[in-house]
Design a binder for this molecule. Sequence first.
Ligand SMILES: O=C([S-])c1cc(C(=O)S)c[n+]([C@@H]2O[C@H](COP(=O)(O)O)[C@@H](O)[C@H]2O)c1
Ligand code: NI
Length: 469
Amino acid sequence: MAPTSSAPARLAYIDATAGIAGDMLLAALIDAGADLDGVQRVLDALVPDSVRFTRSSVDRGGQRAVKIDVDVLVEDPPHRTWASIRQLLECSRGNAEVPARTIDLSLAVFGRLAEAEGATHGVPADEVHFHEVGALDSLADVIGACEAWRQLGITEGAGSVIAVGSGRIRAAHGDIPVPVPAVARLALGWPTVAGELLPPRGHAPSHDHDHAHPHPHPHPVEAPDSDAALPAHAQGGPHEHGGRRVPAGVAPGIGELATPTGVALLRGLTSTSGPQPSLLTEALGVGAGTKDTPGRPNVVRVLVGRSGAAFAADAHDTPAAALQLEANVDDLDPRLWPGVVDALLEHGALDAWLTPIIMKHGRPAVTVHALVREGAETELSALLMDRTGSLGVRRHRVERVIRTREFTEIEVQGQRIAVKIARDAGGAVVRREPEFRDVVAAARVLGVSERAMLDLAKESATGLTEPGD
Ligand SMILES: O=C([S-])c1cc(C(=O)S)c[n+]([C@@H]2O[C@H](COP(=O)(O)O)[C@@H](O)[C@H]2O)c1
Ligand code: NI
């Protein structure tokens, strides 16, 4: 998802290396700072008096995590098809309680699920009759996670390799392999691994371990958050396997670690896969589902912050010498200018700005300026010319006098806001400035004006004390 020019770029990285399910991702986003009451309001507007969210804190393999339970309040919820879910979302456009971005994201996620289900069962997506997905708790997970994503002001998503699990489980379609067919389709083009536990320290990954150590074999376990997906080849009574009681007859495997809803959310919300990209993390969320898997914290983690390129401009090692690039442009569609400035900053410019000018023959135009590190001038000159259509770029060396800066974090009404602290040559604090992009994100979550939020953040930042005070 490309950053928009109106909102500050905010990157989220979803760590699904222990698996992923819809409720786990929702919980991680709530832990990262999204407002559960706000999520509840969106669901209440779409499906009134139907679901209730509850938040709790749980332990998963020694890690604290947030868990979100969804209570379904109606006895006999209507069966929902993809077409009816789409209609429900489309018809709520214009409803002040349901943000357009939440609708767009939810449609993208449900669309992926419908495609995967349709392809699996050989029917057109539009004709898909969802089974579990049609249920109200699935609506809550998908729309809830999309609303939480929106609240956090995330404009760009990346995700890890997905641990999908292994073995076989029993679901609505009977006994199916893991990854379940819908997950296998949803993950096309995305890296996946089964996700076995690592062998104990000091052991070669062979099978000749001694039993004094924890069993390194994958075990059949339950789905990350769904009781519908218990590994279920049970024919006969349970038996011991690697020191744990498991149903007899279960094919070896660790069970379902990634559900269709979880993978559809990850694919719908992110655009790049791989290891964590360079990120200045400003908020961290850890989300759990129902299952507590021995030997592994069964959690989804979400890291939210600024991409490496964006925060490089604020880095502590800001150089004292830099190059200034400039070009005069008189023929660019004015709507493209914010994107030009964003692109320069995202590609590592220390600063980028525009000035209005009058060119020869009285022609109104714009000068685009970019301050760049030495060594970055070739790439950024090319970017500047590509984005503006300019045929040339002027460069000159500049020297800067810079105050050292560092970041700390404050919490204002439950919202985390980074504060930039500037010091003079003697080390005394001369300024504490809340990061405006965090102020905007917090204002959105709390439903207050950006101005009111900035005042609150400044007041709170002023009260910060120095170590030793
Ligand atoms: O609901 C859908 S799309 C679904 C499809 C499939 C197929 O592989 S086909 C399997 N399941 C199983 O249902 C439960 C719950 O999944 P959620 O994504 O609704 O959390 C899970 O075990 C899936 O494997 C669902
Ligand atoms: Ni299916």
